[in-house]
Design a protein around this ligand. Sequence first.
Ligand code: GDP
Ligand code: IMO
Ligand code: MG
Length: 423
Amino acid sequence: MKVDVLLGLQWGDEGKGKVVDVLTPRYDVVARFQGGPNAGHTLEFEGKKYVLRSIPSGIFQHGQINIIGNGVVLDPILFMQEAEELRKSGIELRNILKISKKAHLIMPTHRLLDAANEKAKGGAKIGTTGKGIGPTYTDKISRNGIRLGDTLSPDFKAKYEAARNRHVAMLKSMGENPEFSELEANWLNAIDYIKSFDIIDSEFVINKLLASGKSVLCEGAQGTMLDVDFGSYPFVTSSNTITAGACAGLGVAPNKIGKVFGIFKAYCTRVGSGPFPTELFDETGKRIRDLGHEYGAVTGRERRCGWIDLVALKYAIMINGVTNLIMMKSDVLDDFDEIKACVAYEIDGTEVSDFPYSIETESLKPVYVTLPGWKTDMTKMKNESEFPENFKKYIEFLEQQLGTPISIVSIGPDREQTIIRNL
Ligand code: GDP
Ligand code: IMO
Ligand code: MG
């Protein structure tokens, strides 16, 4: 019985999709447990690139069951688009994908509410992905949501209309005059499409698979600094992105969790608004963005770039119980003379190394340690013995600071550009 979890330790886009794909052959089941189409998980192999949003990243290897868990919010229109694109590439999901009855549905009016909420916040907007994530989770928690299982019942249409009318009243009270008849027709059509998939009681399916000796890899979306409880609130997403979210989002008990893979970039990025202590506004930040192609996989937005933040990483490792670290995009720093790592924050003249309640404080200044760059192209390396000395020293420094082994190092976007050190 084994449930391992892989999740982001920063503000998302750490490279979760790539590594889930690499690790998939070691598991029988891959499952998403939270988030929805706000995620954009990129995979590259055999010269092709795929971006997955709601569908788990375990679909490209062979033989695994992929599950969309109860903690996920699903937009039927976007799901249909994603599944159809994959079908055109020769991937028939109906054989390998199962979806929880308890997953909540993103309605057209949730998307409109997301936009209206952002508009109402003005300069304080969160910079959401606009996919209706916040309003859908709000309805779930306030017990107004619609679940995929509801589509199987004869009174589904009435349930949908009641929820829609409630949303329309909310939109009108915000001064909006919503028009979404075409979107609604597409949505209802997409509901019929999604009903042709295997809609299951996923908590039973997963626990029975575990009882029969199968292993599960849980794929996180977003990252710990976007977690609704522990992230940079209110500039966060609306779900628990942490290890505990895997238990709630799949119905697996905490004592079933084995390894926790915490994934991070050799530097740091953030997309959307909100505080980012190590953000670089200079040429170095621009250089990282250019070399790392740091543009959103979902929205195409520029990602904000900065140095690695060990204060935030240590916090994320603690909250998640990370057993193994995975460092991504090391190659992006291949040509830098110097690399900086933030080891503490200075707030009002006092040095702080525990992640503070608020990082929005004007006076917060990162305290950096500077390390020498390795000035070597690592993208074609096959074994860690080939790593340049200064890169080995960077790994050693991070492991010592973070008190956790770095088990995998990624040196390029392709599946093959992955060095497994110890697993
Ligand atoms: P996710 O949301 O965590 O799955 O990450 P994204 O797919 O949004 O963003 C990661 C981006 O970095 C994608 O474009 C990947 O193809 C790319 N990528 C992943 N690992 C590496 C790496 O080691 N080096 C480089 N240069 N790119 C990488
Ligand atoms: P993956 O899984 C990076 C950010 C948005 C915004 C905030 C809230 O690809 O790592 P939401 O639409 O969730 O209400 O937006 O969270 N955000 C992400 N940033 N990667 C993601 O997913 C993200 N999903 C949401 O930019 O700041
Ligand atoms: Mg992403």
